[in-house]
Design a protein around this ligand. Structure first.
Ligand SMILES: Cc1cc2nc3c(=O)[nH]c(=O)nc-3n(C[C@H](O)[C@H](O)[C@H](O)COP(=O)(O)O)c2cc1C
Length: 228
């Protein structure tokens, strides 16, 4: 697979087979991905790899926290991340794209507007890493600047592309960030670390309809300004 094919074929995958992945392959992906550039070669990434029982225990704890919020919404403040991945206030065109994406996925799954039970059920799958055998959590030192988040994105994209080389797929996940305070003590991160996001890694379940979804993209004329 060449680089362009890998970029074009990568999708956020939301249903995986339970088929395990060897530690050697996981290590190879995480290692080669660290060839990503970073300002002054700071390499701001720290990765926690969850497998087997550890993964199961963590997902149980987060699902418990999720349930507690359904009964007592104020508890959100106790769990959530120090930094906000999404804006406080959404504006157009971003909110429109977000809605289009959400409804595109739900309508493929036959979930109608207002069907909160099925929406919740779909969202909850985030907290099992969509059935993937490998769960990754990424943290960063709080002392670093905004540029390091830029560097981090390059590392994350490398992982998602390198995974394709091994016949694997991924889903980057900010859904976990709402439960940072539950997750960090379990994975044993240091006091200065904050959660950047999670990521599911595994073999795609092609029989699951959810993986037929292809998120649209704007035409390049919408985001390129030629100056010549
Ligand atoms: C940092 C980051 C966090 C994301 N968080 C989630 C998530 O929590 N759950 C989810 O299902 N998808 C998540 N996504 C996937 C996006 O919805 C997806 O990238 C977008 O719709 C484009 O689709 P594609 O990745 O298939 O091209 C996330 C993507 C990124 C880059």
């Amino acid at each position: 697979m060449n680089v362009l094919e890998a970029i074009n074929q990568r999708r956020s995958t939301r249903a995986f087979l339970t088929k395990p992945i060897s530690k050697e392959i996981i290590l190879e992906i995480l290692k080669i991905s660290s060839r990503a550039p970073s300002g002054s070669n700071t390499q701001p990434w720290s990765v926690y790899v969850l497998l087997g029982e550890k993964l199961k225990n963590l997902t149980q704890e987060v699902c418990r926290a999720y349930e507690s919020i359904q009964h007592e919404p104020r508890l959100v403040e106790n769990f959530k991340s120090w930094y906000s991945y999404y804006p406080e206030e959404w504006v157009s065109p971003y909110i429109d794209r977000r809605r289009e994406n959400g409804w595109g996925l739900y309508s493929l799954l036959g979930i109608q507007k207002g069907d909160k039970a099925n929406m919740h059920a779909q969202f909850l799958k985030n907290f099992t890493f969509f059935g993937a055998p490998v769960g990754l959590f990424f943290t960063i030192d709080r002392s670093l600047g905004r540029g390091s988040f830029l560097d981090y994105g390059m590392y994350l994209q490398n992982i998602m592309l390198a995974a394709k080389e091994f016949g694997l797929d991924t889903c980057p996940q900010a859904a976990w960030n709402e439960y940072e305070k539950v997750i960090l003590p379990i994975i044993g991160s240091g006091p200065n670390e904050l959660l950047v996001c999670g990521m599911a890694l595994g073999y795609i379940d092609k029989s699951d309809k959810v993986n037929e979804y292809q998120a649209p993209r704007e035409d390049p004329s919408q985001f390129i300004t030629w100056l010549a």
